[in-house]
Design a protein around this ligand. Structure first.
Ligand SMILES: NC(=O)CCC(=O)C(=O)O
Length: 265
């Protein structure tokens, strides 16, 4: 089976605290990405509400129901996979920052809730952290998924690559002034784990906070296959997961690790 994926990154602005408006926009953008030949569509972080945290319990998606219904329908209609970024997701009275991934039949094939909450944006005051890492299987390939601030924890990506992940998805709301962190951390994670990194970051502003986009697809050699600017746009790139074993054998870091000397925990 082919391991090529034509990706479309939906680098969009997000209407603050307006889930209905954001769902309507995503419906249009997924249709546009399908017209552009996308096989996998990737959304940004918290695209249903943005960081409208003071009323997040009222506007979060209850058990992800609205997200699942919409994304399942769009995946089937357009015959594509959707990595639905993440949404504010109300479960048993607590709000999680949760990812859902869909196949073209509209089934959920992966879920994840952000495990590292970002204090600079008050997440820990309003959101509940997940407690499991995000790994799922696609066509016999392990796929990792994380959310924004999770990128700063190299142990997480290494745990995924050791579990066999060949590609990691990273939806984000990552703002100025940390563009250099965003770019260099992703490129480093891709090189040191010899895997693809696929990120979708929002654009636009929320109060004083300016989100810069620069969504990226990076290959396991660290080459940037596509990178956005700071405007709304759909970015396309085709990745071939078949190159991962070749790059891992060219520089065999997984064979050369000295795990007995590392003291991570
Ligand atoms: N939404 C987030 O997790 C933002 C993370 C971020 O901006 C960072 O610098 O880390």
């Amino acid at each position: 089976m082919s391991q090529q994926l034509r990706l479309a990154l939906l680098q969009m602005d997000i209407a603050f605290g307006q889930p209905e408006a954001n769902r309507a926009k995503v419906r249009e953008w997924v249709a546009e990405a399908a017209r552009g030949g996308a096989e996998w569509v990737v959304l940004p972080e918290m695209w249903n509400t943005g960081y409208s945290l003071t009323n997040i319990t009222e506007i979060a998606d209850r058990d992800g129901q609205e997200t699942i219904a919409l994304m399942s329908e769009l995946a089937r209609t357009h015959n594509l996979h959707i990595h639905a970024g993440s949404v504010a997701n109300l479960v048993d009275g607590k709000v999680y920052n949760s990812t859902f991934v869909f196949n073209p039949q509209g089934d959920v094939i992966g879920t994840y809730s952000k495990i590292h909450l970002f204090r600079l944006m008050d997440e820990e005051k309003y959101l509940e952290a997940g407690n499991e890492i995000g790994l799922f299987e696609w066509n016999g390939v392990q796929v990792g998924t994380m959310i924004c601030y999770d990128l700063r924890f190299p142990e997480l990506t290494r745990t995924m690559s050791l579990a066999g992940a060949q590609i990691v998805f990273l939806p984000a709301e990552w703002p100025h002034p940390r563009l250099n962190h965003w770019r260099h951390l992703q490129i480093a994670r891709a090189i040191e784990n010899q895997m693809f990194f696929v990120s979708t970051n929002r654009v636009g502003t929320a109060g004083e906070t300016e989100f810069f986009g620069h969504s990226m697809v990076i290959d396991p050699w660290g080459e940037v296959l596509v990178e956005g600017d700071e405007t709304e746009q759909i970015l396309y790139a085709t990745v071939d997961l078949g190159i991962v074993p070749e790059i891992r054998s060219r520089i065999p870091i997984f064979e050369d690790r000295r795990s007995e000397l590392y003291t991570q925990k």
